[in-house]
Design a protein around this ligand. Structure first.
Ligand code: HEC
Length: 214
C-alpha cells in the first residue's frame, strides 16, 4: 500500500476511535415539573445572572462525566429559557449540584463564598435573605403552561414546601410528586417565618440532578 494512503487510513481510524471513546449514548428521562417555590428559585437564578458564570450543561464527554456526573439532555433545560449563556464556565457546572451540599453550606456560601473557598471570585448575595415576592408566580407558571388548578394553588404550595407539618403538604405532593420527582419539603434557609429568596434559590438548586431516576 502507498505510504500516504496508509497514513491517511491510520489517522482516520484514530479519529473515529477517539470519537467513540468520547461520546456516549444519550439516556431517556422524564420531564420534572418544578414546584412554585423551585420555579421562583429559577427566576432568582436568572435575575441574579448566575448563568453568566455557571453552565448547566454537562456534555457527554468522559472528562466532564468524571468531574460533574451524568451528562445533560435537552429536557433538563426545558425550564431554562436563557440558553444563550448556558455554556459559560467561570465557576463549576451546576447541572448536577443538587444534593452535593447541605442547605446550610449553600446558604453560608451565598452569604460569603470566601468563607468556604478562600480564593473564590463568586460575588456574595446577602440580600437573598429577604422575603420572596410572590406577585409574579402566576405569570411565570402561565409562561410554562402549568395547568390552571396548579396555578390556583401556588400561593399555598409555597409555604407547604417549607414545612412538613403544613396542611397543604398533601396537595403539593399530589400535584408535583411522580416517579421522576421526589419533592423536598423542609425549611431550606433554616430561618423561621416567611419564605425568603434563599428558600426559593436553594430549593431550586437542590433539584438539579441529571440522573434519570429522580
Ligand atoms: C462572577 C462569577 C460567578 C457568579 C456571578 C456566580 N458564581 Fe457561583 N461560583 C463561581 C466560582 C468561581 C465558584 C467556585 C468557587 C466557589 O465555590 O466559591 C462558584 C461556586 C458555586 C457553587 C458551588 C459549586 C460546586 O460544585 O462546588 C454554587 C452552588 C454556586 N456557585 C451557585 C451560584 C449561584 C446560584 C449564583 C447566582 C446567585 C452564582 N453562583 C453566581 C463563580 C460565580
Amino acid at each position: 500500500m502507498h505510504k500516504k494512503t496508509f497514513f491517511i487510513i491510520l489517522c482516520s481510524s484514530l479519529v473515529i476511535l477517539g470519537l467513540k471513546f468520547q461520546f456516549l449514548a444519550p439516556v431517556e428521562k422524564t420531564q420534572k415539573l418544578l414546584t412554585p417555590l423551585e420555579l421562583a428559585g429559577l427566576y432568582i437564578y436568572q435575575r441574579e445572572g448566575c448563568m453568566h458564570c455557571h453552565s448547566r450543561v454537562i456534555r457527554p464527554l468522559r472528562d466532564e462525566l468524571q468531574r460533574y456526573g451524568n451528562h445533560s439532555i435537552s429536557s433538563d433545560l426545558a425550564f431554562f429559557k436563557d440558553q444563550k449563556s448556558n455554556h459559560i464556565r467561570i465557576g463549576p457546572d451546576l447541572a448536577n449540584v443538587g444534593h452535593k451540599y447541605s442547605d446550610a453550606w449553600l446558604s453560608q456560601h451565598f452569604q460569603n463564598p470566601r468563607s468556604h473557598i478562600t480564593i473564590s471570585n463568586m460575588p456574595a448575595y446577602p440580600h437573598l435573605n429577604r422575603a420572596l415576592n410572590t406577585s409574579n408566580i402566576d405569570s411565570w407558571m402561565q409562561q410554562h403552561d402549568y395547568p390552571k388548578a396548579y396555578i390556583a394553588h401556588a400561593l399555598n404550595d409555597i409555604p407547604a414546601q417549607l414545612d412538613p407539618d403544613h396542611e397543604g403538604v398533601e396537595g403539593l405532593t399530589t400535584r408535583y410528586q411522580n416517579p421522576s420527582k421526589n419533592i423536598q419539603i423542609r425549611n431550606f434557609d433554616q430561618q423561621d417565618g416567611i419564605a425568603t429568596e434563599l428558600d426559593a434559590l436553594i430549593s431550586f438548586l437542590q433539584t438539579l440532578d441529571t440522573s434519570s431516576e429522580l
